[in-house]
Design a protein around this ligand. Structure first.
Ligand code: ADP
Ligand code: MG
Length: 695
């Protein structure tokens, strides 16, 4: 039976090889083709007058050849002049055969499609698709719909993809009930939503009168319908997760105040009032048997680690374990050192587990976790692998959550559950996000904000310096190190290649060693063994290394208060969020700190604006807002790759204005049509959940 639900291989002409390519696009079932929406469109529905062509426009034109010459410019090319009643245009072919030259005799009629651009003769089209016409009457009818351009993958052509989608659309015509409408009619009317079949048909075959601009910005009603449905499904799924978890039992962590008081007494500082407020919020949550689901947002350096430590103590004081998970080995290792230092004097045992811990050490660690001897466990996501069993996990803390996606977060939660006891969850992030966005991405969480930095911090003075003045920067490092301070030099690379980034860091280290022979220079990068990295970081923290050359592995969380100078290379290529994270490695103590953004001129407007923002402010929330403005949204919630939520059609940034509607719609669905929620979730997150469930 050929149905929309069936595997993609049931379509004629789809064998294993093609199925593998489609799988790369997330297409497994015939139905998935319908949700594989065009990136953009070409308008081949009408022939436009030549005179109306603008650079950048793709269009069909038709005209008569007036000349065809081989010309010697910078490159040899065939230049054909074409005229219609309105004007003239040049066609340029850099690759051509003699037969082609002869085709274009004077007076020949040509219909063609291409992109107009500004060339040396005015408006030109390079290598257009063309067709010779015998006479005016012979012209074929233009297309009756815009031509979709789909996201594709190597070895899969647009015509092929279009033909497949066409098959899927005709199956939809035959069996419309296979794709049920999941938003009840009353709600569609109230929120003015198009029905789903019309929406999908419109997007795959937009009629000629559709404004392309609407389609490109997601503003067309057909897109709006699908965007809202997708966001609704995510919202419902997060709410469902929350409801499910709230049915579970968590241990009540009511005691611990004596232990916390002893811990605070040994700290060299007292908590800020923001830290105290957030701790009180956490305290109220974990005293209860309903599992806590709380996100703590706090700018870099706001002191989230101590807050986590206080919560962990409360778990330990109640005979439960606390697990702290960090996204990188370096950060996990650093937390392990801090927690050990803080907790061992209080008689609390801290254990370590990461993916790189092997052999006997790993077995030992796991045994301590299982027996309950380890009360606080610090590590990477290795903590939540199936072979790790906790004795009695009462609290799971996830640091720097913006590095993990929503689904990862959810699946980690399940791993923590043992023998009917669900741990309380504390998630910490330095990525400040506006409220409506937070309500979407974190609909399953309560949010606390640490909106104050510890006292006495002087803002980091930031300058942008052209890399032609590198020697001055090196002198600056020399002065800082002579004064007993430490510095970072962060190498970032243009290509996303780990290997190249490491090579560049090594080369920079060698260059700096030569320039600064009196100082100890260390190196960390992603390709070093975990133990090597940890040793270098420990030496830097102990002050044995003056200058640390690093790749962006040090981006999150690293804390060395004596470091007061941060150099960031190729700063013009980084986003604001990343620059802010990197800069946050300094300015963590009482000393004046500096950040030098080295850039390679010339600067683009966007880069100039970004560097300007960094110079003007240290405030993470303002930087996040600016980031939204400048970068064009979407990526602000974390890099696309890690994707806070993996959305197929919606874009949390672009579609921000729809979020309030989505939340209202979710309320209504829960109240009036809760039975449709599972199907909506399945439609939009079905595959994802399976994929991520196996973390
Ligand atoms: P982040 O929120 O970025 O994770 P950390 O927890 O690493 O920040 O804290 C940054 C630095 O501030 C650390 O050196 C920490 O010891 C220090 N710190 C935290 N809280 C306070 C406080 N209330 N007063 C002074 N220093 C503090
Ligand atoms: Mg931190």
């Amino acid at each position: 039976m050929r149905t929309l639900d069936a595997d993609i291989t049931t379509l004629s002409g789809v064998g294993d090889a093609l199925a593998a390519k489609l799988e790369r696009l997330g297409i497994q079932r015939v139905m998935d083709l319908l949700f594989h929406l065009p990136l953009r469109y070409q308008d081949r529905t009408r022939v436009v007058p030549i005179a109306s062509l603008r650079a950048g426009q793709e269009a069909v034109i038709e005209g008569e050849v007036t000349a065809a010459d081989i010309v010697q410019g910078r490159r040899r090319s065939l230049l054909v002049r074409l005229r219609d009643g309105s004007g003239v245009v040049s066609l340029r072919f850099f690759h051509f055969a003699m037969a082609q030259v002869q085709q274009f005799t004077r007076g020949t009629r040509v219909r063609l499609f291409g992109e107009a651009r500004t060339g040396s003769t005015g408006i030109e089209m390079y290598h257009p698709e063309y067709q010779l016409l015998d006479s005016v009457h012979d012209a074929p009818a233009p297309d009756d719909a815009l031509t979709p351009i789909y996201p594709t993958t190597e070895g899969l052509t647009q015509p092929r993809l279009r033909a497949l989608v066409k098959q899927a659309l005709s199956m939809l015509d035959d069996t419309p009930e296979a794709l049920p409408e999941l938003v009840p009619a009353a709600l569609r009317q109230r929120f003015s939503l198009m029905d789903i079949h019309t929406a999908l048909r419109t997007l795959h075959r937009p009629p000629p009168n559709v404004t392309q601009d609407d389609l490109l910005t997601g503003a067309h009603p057909a897109q709006r319908r699908l965007i809202i449905e997708e966001l609704l499904a995510h919202q419902l799924s997060l709410r469902q997760v929350r409801l499910d978890i709230q049915q579970d039992q968590a241990p009540a962590l009511a005691d611990g105040h004596t232990l916390q008081a002893r811990f605070l007494a040994q700290l060299p500082f007292s908590l800020t009032s923001a830290q105290q407020r957030v701790l009180a919020e956490i305290g109220r949550d974990i005293e209860r048997t309903t599992p806590m689901l709380r996100l703590v947002q706090g700018d870099v350096g706001s002191g989230k680690t101590v807050v986590a430590a206080m919560a962990a103590l409360q778990a330990a004081a109640n005979g439960c374990q606390a697990a702290i998970m960090a996204p990188t080995e370096i950060l996990a290792e650093q937390h392990f050192r801090s927690f050990s230092q803080w907790f061992e004097p209080l008689g609390i045992k801290v254990a370590w587990l990461s993916g790189k811990l092997k052999g006997k050490a790993r077995l030992d660690s796991k045994a301590k976790i299982e027996s309950g001897e380890a009360q606080v466990i610090v590590g990477t996501h290795a903590l939540f692998q199936p072979d790790v069993t906790f004795h009695r996990l009462g609290l799971a803390i996830i640091d720097e959550q913006h590095r993990f996606g929503v689904h990862q977060r959810l699946s980690l939660r399940e791993k923590g559950e043992v023998a009917g006891i669900t741990p309380h969850q504390l998630i910490m992030t330095a990525t400040p996000i506006p409220r409506t966005l937070a309500m979407s991405a974190y609909a399953d969480l309560d949010v606390s904000v640490i909106d104050e930095l510890p006292p006495g911090r002087t803002p980091i003075a930031t300058v942008a310096v052209s890399d032609s003045r590198r020697h001055e920067v090196i002198q600056r490092i020399e002065r800082a190190c002579e004064a007993g301070r430490q510095a970072y030099w962060v190498c970032t690379l243009i290509e996303e290649s780990d290997a190249l980034a490491c090579q560049a860091a090594e080369a920079t280290r060698d260059m700096l060693k030569e320039a600064l022979p009196a100082f100890e220079i260390g190196l960390v990068h992603g390709r070093m063994k975990a133990t090597e990295k940890a040793d270098v970081m420990a030496a830097f923290k102990a002050g044995d290394i003056d200058l640390l050359v690093a790749t962006t592995v040090i981006e999150v969380g690293v804390d060395v208060p004596n470091a007061s100078l941060m150099i960031i290379e190729n700063a013009e290529r980084l986003g604001l969020a990343q620059l802010h994270q990197l800069r946050g490695r300094v300015g963590r103590g009482q000393i004046d700190s500096y950040c030098v953004l080295l850039y390679h001129p010339p600067l683009s407007d966007t880069s100039r604006e970004r560097l300007g923002v960094m110079r003007d402010t240290n405030d993470g929330f303002r930087i996040a807002e600016k980031d939204l403005e400048i970068r064009g949204p979407g990526e602000v919630l974390g890099t696309r790759q890690t994707g806070l939520m993996s959305l197929r059609i919606a874009d949390l940034g672009r579609d921000r204005a729809l979020l309030d509607q989505v939340h209202a719609l979710a309320d209504t669905v829960m109240a009036q049509a809760p039975e449709t929620a599972p199907a909506l979730i399945e439609r939009w997150l079905g595959n994802d959940r399976n994929r991520y469930g196996q973390v």
